[in-house]
Design a protein around this ligand. Structure first.
Ligand code: BG6
Length: 480
């Protein structure tokens, strides 16, 4: 099966912070891949903006180096990279002052395309001055989009302020708030699974689902991002956005249409239905290991920040009343894996004791690695010798299904969606604020309790207390 690539319309994309880490690691390689795939028309223009004083050829070299360093698997010809470089432009300017903005304005006066995207890959502290100048220099047209990246606030107050700043110059329809988890292949497949098939819907509720687990485990530690991470911790860095978005997609009601606002309305309802969490239903941890402890890595011997979080959450509505949603994420764990497990209730009565009287069907949805799904069902063990039953994992790896060895990176999909103006996979302002409101209450309880995060050993499954949280409920985590 060959995937179809539908070219987007020619566009102008301005990357503020073009020489920064995100741009080099993700944005530039993503644009290049889509260019090679024929999705980005060569008449498009990519305008890199940075405070650094680079010449055009220095910037082109930076782009080439980013591609070879961060996307070493891309196979391309010299003609293709030259073609890509022809779309590049570079402007040096300081976002905190008016200096250099005339250069950007002129750039659009001379020649301009209908679709204009401003990608703010910059420190949150610069967002206000940048958006205000985009406005005062009259750079915002009806077909303009703005892309903003994490961190989208650090609590409800700062997220509300950020939304206010953006909404003072852009319409909500023009604002694309990235949560790169929404750009992952399996996340879209999750919607397909739920809303393109009749099979699961009758079971997708508290009559049949025992509980849901959402795990985003990482082997990496804070990886040189110590200062940032010590400020945010796993709760703000991962739970507030990636894990809550996954929870929304599992728990939401079917939207009336596959339309950005219909989907986001349903996700918002889920967030608003989340019950406040009892602190006893949370676990916070900090790793310790041979390669140094969390406190060493963030260079703060007193740090009280979490590198691991587990939470038992409840979505209080008719569909999910009484079904726990267990969320878990952490750094320095034994395996990098992001997956959702939907465990169904035990059979009401068993006639096959081999399976155990509490045998439960289970659907495992893997976001990474090896995107796919596994449905655990009871089947007869093949061969002669009587009727013996076993639990068989029915495996659907998407790569096998589509014949694609490598799926596209989340950023490729999300950047192309901004060009198309499709907000389905982006967070709306009210969703963002509702998520912060829920998370803020948990953090406030932690702060009040003054309890320190529990230690866990790097390379393991996380704090023992997280295992106990499950076993108290007679359940266990899927092995990381
Ligand atoms: C980012 C977090 O949003 O997601 C990082 O800031 C984390 O701390 C990363 O490592 C994980 O993303 P992925 O796609 O590698 O699972």
């Amino acid at each position: 099966m060959v995937s179809k690539t539908i070219p987007v319309k020619s566009f102008d994309l301005v990357i503020f912070g073009a020489t920064g880490d995100l741009s080099k690691r993700k944005i530039i390689p993503a644009l290049f891949r889509r260019f090679i795939a024929g999705q980005v028309p060569p008449t498009s223009r990519i305008i890199g903006v940075s405070r650094r004083d680079l010449s055009q050829s220095d910037f082109n070299i930076l782009v080439r180096n980013s591609i070879s360093e961060f996307a070493p698997n891309i196979i391309f010809t010299e003609n293709q990279i030259n073609g890509f470089c022809k779309m590049l432009n570079f402007i040096s300017m300081d976002l905190g002052s008016d200096k250099g903005w005339d250069g950007l304005t002129e750039f659009f006066i001379k020649n301009s395309q209908e679709i204009r995207t401003f990608y703010l890959s910059i420190s949150p502290a610069l967002i206000e001055s940048c958006t205000q100048r985009l406005n005062s220099f009259k750079l915002i047209t009806p077909q303009t989009r703005v892309v903003v990246e994490k961190p989208l606030g650090t609590d409800l107050a700062s997220a509300t302020m950020l939304n206010k700043i953006l909404c003072s110059v852009f319409k909500e329809k023009q604002i694309f708030r990235i949560d790169h988890y929404l750009g992952k292949e399996t996340v879209q497949n999750l919607m397909a699974l739920r809303f393109a098939n009749v099979l699961l819907e009758p079971l997708w509720n508290n009559n049949y689902v025992d509980h849901v687990q959402i795990t985003v485990a990482e082997t990496g530690d804070v990886n040189g991002r110590g200062e940032y991470y010590d400020e945010v911790g796993a709760m703000r860095d991962m739970v507030q956005n990636h894990l809550m978005q996954l929870l929304c997609l599992i728990a939401m009601e079917p939207p009336a249409h596959f339309d950005a606002d219909d989907i986001r309305n349903e996700k918002l309802k889920v967030i608003r239905s989340l019950l406040p969490v009892n602190i006893k239903d949370t676990v916070r941890g900090q790793y310790q290991g041979a390669n140094g402890s969390f406190r060493d890595h963030v260079n703060n011997p007193e740090s009280n920040t979490d590198s691991f979080v587990a939470i038992k959450a409840h979505v209080s509505n008719w569909r999910w009343a009484g079904v726990p949603f267990y969320l878990r994420t952490g750094k320095a764990l034994s395996r990098k894996v992001s997956e959702i497990v939907v465990e169904f209730k035990p059979l009401p009565h068993t006639i096959f004791p081999d399976l155990g009287k509490n045998y439960q069907n289970k659907l495992v949805i893997r976001l990474q690695p090896e995107e796919g799904m596994t449905l655990h069902i009871g089947v007869k063990e093949p061969g002669p010798g009587g009727m013996r039953l076993i639990n068989a994992p029915l495996d659907m790896t998407f790569a096998q299904l589509t014949g694609q060895i490598e799926s596209i990176d989340a950023y490729e999909r999300l950047i192309m969606d901004t060009c198309r103006g499709d907000q389905t996979l982006f967070m709306r302002g009210d969703e963002l604020e509702a998520a912060w409101a829920w998370v803020d209450d948990i953090i406030a309880d932690w702060d009040e309790s003054k309890e320190e995060p529990l230690e866990y050993t790097s390379g393991g499954p996380g704090p023992l207390e997280a295992t106990k949280m499950m076993s108290r409920d007679g359940r266990s985590w899927e092995k990381i």
